[in-house]
Design a protein around this ligand. Structure first.
Ligand code: C2E
Ligand code: CA
Ligand code: CA
Ligand code: CA
Length: 279
């Protein structure tokens, strides 16, 4: 085998250049997509384990591209965060969500709390929440229309400042949910110092809840912890009937996952909403 370090270098640098080019192209396309309003909210239903009723919705960003394709949020959300495009992106997305909720109200539907994902970058950006409160009143919606999901990793750095931001939000009545619980390093003492109302058990644990006694014990422990801290507990990524029945036995309050319903656009979701009997 002929070894040629220079050629190797060229090969790698070409690959690196390719990656950079792709990222730059994607960034340009993302910017344009946000401007065009091409990124749209989909909604994944959440159900009460006790009565099976719809009890919440999670907003998941979708970027449809030609021929029925989709750019995955796992790809464009991190890019949006790195480039600061997360701010215009979320403003566009949340604005469509609030407009959709108020339309559902006008049509006489009972709309459960709608959860939005707020990234670590955004939580430190005070303007976002000022803007959010203004938009809520613009659409004549109460603060309880929304739940804010924040991943564990958001408060790894700079705990004290994130804590004070979360406290300010909680004082204004924002319902806070801790996302991806169990995947980060959040210590139990941190958790008890933050004003969350809901804990979301990550799919990594949910997928193992029916596979062994030991794994079930971990989920059981998380649910007991949530109970002790008076948090509601939801399991995400529920894919099978057997996971669902284990979660019911363990006393999980609500569930979300492909087994129950996939994320769908607002029009499809409308068919799942109950009428508002108070009207
Ligand atoms: P996440 O917040 O943990 O969202 C749950 C992800 O699990 C979603 O992926 C959802 O489609 C997927 N999922 C739901 N049920 C199941 C299931 O039963 N099995 C499996 N395997 N997956 C399931 P998605 O939509 O690709 O989003 C990925 C991540 O991108 C989200 O993870 C969230 O961190 C981020 N993301 C999505 N939309 C937004 C957004 O509007 N803003 C921000 N900041 N982040 C977002
Ligand atoms: Ca989430
Ligand atoms: Ca999650
Ligand atoms: Ca996740």
């Amino acid at each position: 085998v002929r070894k040629d370090p220079d050629r190797n270098f060229e090969f790698y640098s070409a690959k690196m250049r390719q990656d950079v080019l792709e990222a730059v192209t994607l960034e340009r396309e993302l910017k344009q997509a946000i401007k065009d309003g091409a990124i749209v909210p989909h909604y994944q239903p959440q159900f009460d384990t006790e009565n099976g009723n719809l009890c919440g919705l999670e907003v998941l960003a979708r970027w449809p591209v030609e021929q029925g394709g989709m750019v995955s949020p796992g790809r464009f959300i991190p890019l949006a965060e790195e480039t600061g495009l997360i701010h215009p992106l979320m403003e566009h997305l949340v604005d469509s969500v609030l407009s959709q909720i108020s339309q559902w109200h006008r049509e006489g539907f009972l709309v459960p709390s709608v959860a939005i994902n707020v990234s670590a970058h955004q939580i430190r950006h005070h303007r976002f929440f000022d803007w959010l409160f203004e938009q809520l009143s613009h659409y004549d919606l109460g603060i309880d229309a929304l739940t804010v999901e924040i991943t564990e990793s958001a408060f790894l750095l700079d705990f004290a400042s994130v804590q004070s931001i979360l406290e300010a939000l909680a004082n204004r009545g924002v319902r806070l949910s801790i996302d991806d619980f169990g995947t980060g390093y959040s210590s139990l003492s941190y958790l008890s110092q933050l004003p969350f109302q809901e804990l979301k058990i990550d799919r990594a644990f949910v997928s193992e809840v029916d596979s062994s006694q030991r794994k079930r014990a971990v989920v059981k422990g998380i649910i007991e912890l949530a109970r002790a801290l008076e948090l509601e507990v939801i399991a995400e990524g529920v894919e099978t009937e057997s996971q669902l029945s284990q979660l019911k036995i363990l006393g999980c309050d609500s569930v979300q996952g492909f087994h129950l319903a996939k994320p769908m656009d607002g029009t499809s979701l409308t068919a799942m909403l109950p009428p508002d009997e108070r009207k």
